[in-house]
Ligand binder design. Structure first.
Ligand SMILES: [Ca+2]
Length: 223
């Protein structure tokens, strides 16, 4: 599977990073002999306000999605919910498309049965509808197929328009499952905050179409 490991943030890394941060925080607390005052919920610092425009987040949890375990066969036992029309079976309503459209042929790794996927011509750009996510490590995965070039993956913070590149898949000819991609870096939010994000896929340097299918989101990864 061709991936750019420099920009992907696999779950294990995030977990260990958080464990390390927790350990360090506990150590500092022990040294100081006092528990530092926690920020009030929803208290954005000036940097975060600048990045989000001081809006675009709330403390209302995301609606519960129907939980599935679509990537269990790949050793990922996390719950995910299908992104709106992310199986491309019924329609692509809500998706913004440039040089892309639904075609016959489902992904071939058996993550979710179906008969259709989304075809992206060279240079295509597609953007998903907005989805609610929490600040605590929102992750997403999908399936893709390309014969040449690469597929750039970005997350857009809907309210602020802030865009961050979160990964790139390289052509392997056959269907591939994406790494566990994190949207956290696009979300300068405190734990307990929720906001809207979109996914953007761009075909780069390809002479053949790409296809994507079964875009899944874990809005706030549970441990
Ligand atoms: Ca499908």
């Amino acid at each position: 599977m061709g991936t750019d490991s420099k920009i992907f943030r696999p779950r294990r890394f995030a977990r260990s990073a958080r464990s390390l941060a927790t350990a360090l925080a506990l150590g500092l607390v022990a040294l100081a002999g006092a528990v530092p005052a926690a920020n009030a919920e929803g208290d954005l610092d000036p940097t975060e306000s600048a990045m989000t425009g001081g809006k675009g987040w709330s403390q209302t949890p995301c609606p519960e999605a129907i939980a599935e375990y679509p990537f269990k066969r790949f050793g990922d036992n996390a719950q995910y919910g299908l992104v709106s029309r992310g199986d491309f079976e019924s329609s692509s309503r809500g998706w913004s498309m440039q040089n892309a459209g639904i075609e016959l042929g489902n992904e071939e790794l058996g993550v979710r049965a179906g008969t259709r996927s989304l075809k992206l011509a060279p240079g295509a750009v597609v953007t998903s509808p907005a989805h609610c996510v929490g600040a605590e490590y929102p992750y997403f995965r999908f399936l893709a197929q390309g014969r040449s070039g690469s597929l750039k993956v970005e997350v857009i913070a809907t309210e602020s328009g802030y865009v961050i590149g979160v990964g790139r898949l390289y052509a392997t000819r056959s269907w591939q499952v994406s790494p566990i991609l994190s949207a956290a870096a696009a979300l300068p939010l405190h734990p307990g905050n929720y906001t809207q994000i979109q996914f953007r896929f761009t075909v780069v340097g390809a002479s053949n179409p790409w296809a994507i299918d079964n875009v899944y989101l874990d809005p706030a990864r549970r441990y």
